[in-house]
Design a protein around this ligand. Structure first.
Ligand code: KDG
Length: 349
């Protein structure tokens, strides 16, 4: 059997050849991105049996995505090809430290292009985390046509863990319906892991068709394990602080609140909350760090490690992702990660 099934859209990522504003970057290198396949790839690289569930076009980008994800050791046999719809693509910058001019990352708009900056809503601040400008070309993509009808239950429930994210809810009504199915409480289902992954501008588009990011709260309540950034809980739900987030999400057995560069606080059904500080690294690009964190946490969960070790494995994987320009990093070898995660508490404090 498969350990983790990851469901979601992936795209060809165009990683900038140099730093700077999107308007100034002259060339890009092809990479792969997609929150859930990032998690799948990192988990597979860490030695877990993983399956990616998605749809891509019959174009060359779809060929490359499937090949590249499979090259990490992920089972892609359930990925379907759509002859009518293309594979999504996106362009981004490396993520600049804001210069303190009070500017916001400028949203780009076009019928088929949705500009989003994960942290775009944050005011520019010299001390802030680096922010990447992101422009999506994914409206009408193959994956946006995923629905409960085209993704069969037997695929959805074929792992010990099903990992999904709120990005899917923002793609289309069909995708939202699929996510509702995936997070519906039902007897005997595998553990459902949900990363809120609030993408501001995707939701700005969806609001026009009467969908609200508040739906992410309902979806999260149907999961067993939730990953959410303190900043995104505030932006999407107007909920401030780790304890308030836990209060709003009483049902999931485990709630992981990511507190940016500070660390992460985890709430479980048994015992007090656990905080572990993040590692300090030189950031090449912030994109993909959340996915890497989820993969590290899930990997340690599968291995039955205690909560503080799960968080440490999350931080270690995130550090690896932060230090590379692409969305995905090769995680540290398990033996190395285990040694680092087992260091005494002072080393982490
Ligand atoms: O979490 C990283 C992802 O944001 C990136 O790989 C692309 O899935 C993606 C998205 O929708 O933003």
């Amino acid at each position: 059997t498969v350990d983790v099934v990851c469901l979601g859209e992936s795209m060809i990522t165009f990683v900038p050849s140099r730093s700077g504003r999107l308007a100034d970057v002259p060339s890009f290198e092809r990479g792969i991105g997609g929150a859930e396949s990032n998690v799948a790839c990192a988990l597979a690289a860490a030695g877990h049996r993983t399956r990616w569930l998605s749809r891509v076009g019959t174009d060359g980008f779809g060929d490359h995505l499937v090949e590249a994800v499979a090259a990490y050791g992920v089972d892609t046999s359930a990925v379907r090809r759509d002859r009518l719809r293309p594979t999504g693509v996106y362009f981004r910058t490396a993520g600049e430290r804001a210069v303190g001019d009070g500017d916001r990352a400028a949203p780009h708009t076009a019928a088929s292009a949705v500009a989003i900056t994960a942290e775009a809503a944050a005011e520019a601040d010299p001390a802030a985390e680096p922010v990447a400008e992101v422009v999506y070309y994914r409206a009408g993509s193959a994956a946006s046509a995923m629905s409960p009808r085209v993704v069969p239950d037997r695929d959805l429930w074929s792992g010990r863990i099903l990992h999904v994210s709120g990005i899917t809810a923002a793609l289309s009504d069909d995708c939202l319906a699929l996510l509702r199915e995936a997070t519906r409480r039902r007897p005997g289902r595998p553990l459902v892991s949900f990363d809120v992954n609030y993408r501001v501008n995707l939701w700005d588009e969806r609001r026009s068709v009467a969908a609200e990011p508040a739906v992410l709260l309902d979806l999260a309540r149907g999961a067993d394990l939730v990953f959410v950034g303190e900043d995104e809980a505030e932006a999407a739900w107007n909920i401030r602080g780790a304890h308030a987030i836990r209060t709003a999400l009483p049902e999931p057995g485990v709630v992981v609140v990511k507190q940016g560069g500070a660390g992460a606080t985890v709430f479980t059904d048994d015992g007090p909350s656990v905080f572990v500080p993040a590692l300090t690294v030189d950031i090449a690009a912030p994109v993909g760090a959340g996915d890497a964190f989820a993969a590290g946490f899930l990997s340690a969960t599968l291995r039955g490690l205690p909560v503080h070790r799960r968080i440490r494995h999350g931080h270690l994987m995130a550090a690896a992702a932060l230090t590379v320009a692409g969305d995905l990093a090769v995680p540290p070898p398990r033996a190395v990660a285990d040694r680092l995660a087992a260091l005494d508490d002072e080393a982490w404090g």
